[in-house]
Design a protein around this ligand. Structure first.
Ligand code: SAH
Length: 249
C-alpha cells in the first residue's frame, strides 16, 4: 500500500484532473479553503475526483467569486475496491450519517437505500448521503467514491434483481452457524449486502428473500446488533473473506 499522506488537506472535486490543468472552484469550496482552512495562494493540497487518482495541487489564486487550483502532479494512481453494493434500510439522521461513512470506509462500490416494510425514515436525503460519502473519502484518502442511488422499495429491487450478483441477507432472526464459513462459500463475483431497519425485517420479507436462489442467508451471531453496528460487522467479515482485505501477495 502506498504510504498515505493523511496530514495534507484533501479535497474532492468533480473536474477531470491532469498535470497542468486549472480548476475553478465553486464558491462553497473556495470559501472552505480560504476562510475555513485559511489557505493562501501558493498553498499545496491534495485533490481527487474518484476517477483519475490523487493529485498534488496549488491554490493558484483567490478572488471574491471563488478560487482556482493549478493541478501539478499525480501522487497516487486511481484505486478501486470490491464490487459490493450495500443495500440498507435508511435510519434516522445521525445513525444514517454514521452508517454511510462506515460503508464508504469499508470500500463499497454503491450505496443503495431500500425501503422495507419497517423502515421509519421515509424521506431520504440523498445529497446528505453524498456529502457523508465525500467527507469519509476526504478524511481517509479513499479514492474510489461510492455512488449513492435513489431510495427504492425492497420489493422492486428484488423484482428487477440482476441475478449474477449474490445478495448476502443479514437476518437478525437466522440461527446460522458460522458467518465466515458461509461467506467463504461465496467465492469471487459481484456481491450485495443487505441490512434491515431498526425494526428488523418483516416475516413476509424474510420469506421472500430466503426463497431466492441468489440470496445467501447470514447470521451475525447470537446477539442482535443495531443496524449501523451490523453494517460494520458484516462489511468487515465480507472484506476479510471475499473482499479485498485478504491480499493475494
Ligand atoms: N432493534 C435493534 C436492532 C435491529 S436489527 C435496533 O434498534 O437497531 C437491524 C438489522 O441489523 C437487521 O435487520 C439485520 O439486517 C442486522 N442485524 C442485526 N443483528 C444481526 C444478527 N445477529 N445477525 C444478522 N443480522 C443482524
Amino acid at each position: 500500500m502506498a504510504i498515505r499522506d493523511l496530514t495534507s488537506e484533501r479535497l474532492f472535486i468533480g473536474d477531470d484532473l491532469a498535470a497542468g490543468s486549472r480548476v475553478d472552484l465553486p464558491p462553497p469550496q473556495a470559501h472552505y479553503l480560504t476562510a475555513v482552512l485559511r489557505l493562501k495562494p501558493g498553498a499545496k493540497l491534495l485533490v481527487f475526483n474518484g476517477r483519475d487518482g490523487e493529485w498534488l495541487a496549488t491554490l493558484a489564486e483567490t478572488h471574491k467569486r471563488g478560487a482556482a487550483l493549478s493541478i501539478e502532479s499525480l501522487t497516487r494512481p486511481q484505486e478501486w475496491g470490491p464490487d459490493i453494493d450495500y443495500l440498507f434500510a435508511p435510519l434516522k439522521r445521525s445513525r444514517l450519517d454514521y452508517m454511510v461513512q462506515k460503508a464508504t470506509e469499508m470500500g463499497v462500490a454503491r450505496l443503495r437505500p431500500v425501503i422495507t416494510d419497517r423502515t421509519i425514515a421515509e424521506r431520504v436525503n440523498s445529497d446528505r448521503m453524498r456529502a457523508n460519502v465525500i467527507e469519509a473519502a476526504e478524511q481517509c484518502g479513499i479514492l474510489r467514491v461510492p455512488e449513492v442511488e435513489a431510495p427504492t422499495k425492497l420489493d422492486d429491487v428484488l423484482d428487477d434483481w440482476e441475478q449474477s450478483r449474490r445478495i448476502v441477507f443479514c437476518d437478525e432472526a437466522h440461527e446460522g452457524a458460522d458467518p465466515i464459513a458461509t461467506l467463504e462459500k461465496l467465492g469471487a463475483g459481484p456481491l450485495a449486502v443487505l441490512v434491515g431497519p431498526e425494526g428488523g425485517f418483516s416475516p413476509r420479507e424474510r420469506e421472500r428473500l430466503i426463497g431466492k436462489t441468489f440470496v445467501t442467508h447470514l447470521s451475525l451471531g447470537p446477539r442482535i446488533m443495531r443496524a449501523d453496528t451490523a453494517a460494520v460487522a458484516v462489511l468487515a467479515l465480507v472484506n476479510a473473506t471475499v473482499g479485498d482485505w485478504r491480499r493475494s501477495n
